[in-house]
Design a binder for this molecule. Sequence first.
Ligand code: FAD
Ligand code: FES
Length: 302
Amino acid sequence: MKHVLEPYDITRESEMLAPLDYNRRSRLKDTDRIYPAEIINVIRLTEMEKLFQVRIIDDTDRERFTFLPGQFVMLEVPGYGEVPISISSSLSHKGFIELCIRRVGLVTNVLHKTKRGSKVGIRGPFGTHFPMDKMRGNNILLIAGGLGLAPLRAPIFHVIENRSYYKDVYILYGAKETNLLLFNYQYEEWERIADINLRVIAEEGDANWTGEIGLITDLLDDIQVDPGSTSAIVCGPPVMFKFVCSRLTEMGIPMHRMFVSLERRMHCGMGKCCRCNIGSTYTCLDGPVFDYWSVLNLKEAI
Ligand SMILES: Cc1cc2nc3c(=O)[nH]c(=O)nc-3n(C[C@H](O)[C@H](O)[C@H](O)COP(=O)(O)OP(=O)(O)OC[C@H]3O[C@@H](n4cnc5c(N)ncnc54)[C@H](O)[C@@H]3O)c2cc1C
Ligand code: FES
């Protein structure tokens, strides 16, 4: 049965506003600091994306470096500049972080030419995170389109490593073409984990593709979850948020329990350069993770 909730549920106001409060919690203590780091491995994922394993060189700093799913770092390529990149690895890996990077412009093209042993810098971690603690006891829908699987990977690892905290877990992933699907070498491993339902869909399949064909929203048609105890994380291009979050709303999932990660051009990552503002909201400090209700209240956020 489809039912639509009123977008503003006054009884949940404090919960809805909470992200803006905790987002403001300052993490500025270490944000100016660049950790010298080294690329220890590069894995080619597709024509456009590579996975970089990056290790902070100083032992103490490496041991102390910690982050939460959804946060990002500023990755410096000496002589070329810095780019914001979501941390795509498990929190439990202490030795290195993984960054999945699409080559689109100056810095990312240089990065794609780097080899194991290249020196880079890391600032951060920055920004807000997916509230995994608040989702405990819920069903979880982890939904990604295209490169969105990069930021979604940290919450996926978190859920896998804390599987007993959550009820039914679905990973829904879609891409335009099958050769653009990221991390396909991990799907089998994710599926084998008890009770994690993985569905992968492509808009266009090639001759070898035996999976589903269609749009990511098609995958939601036959998902049966109790909307009263379901949370969703949605990562991907902004146009996807609208369609996926509208469909989730039709399923009865409240907007304050849908979380998205917004991307804006960023320079400092710490609320100083005014590059990432949406009105008075700084995507680097107040985001990049927002609940969908907050996103709809940010003018022209998507
Ligand atoms: C919080 C956050 C997390 C991110 N995580 C990832 C990630 O995990 N993997 C990844 O590959 N990329 C990620 N990005 C995007 C990445 O930062 C940009 O692709 C990168 O900065 C481009 O730098 P460049 O020098 O290669 O390209 P440039 O030469 O600066 O630009 C090339 C083209 O990309 C566009 N562009 C650059 N930055 C952005 C942006 N932030 N949003 C939209 N368009 C942009 C430019 O307008 C231009 O058309 C993230 C961005 C943010 C804000
Ligand atoms: S990136 Fe500089 S203010 Fe957000």
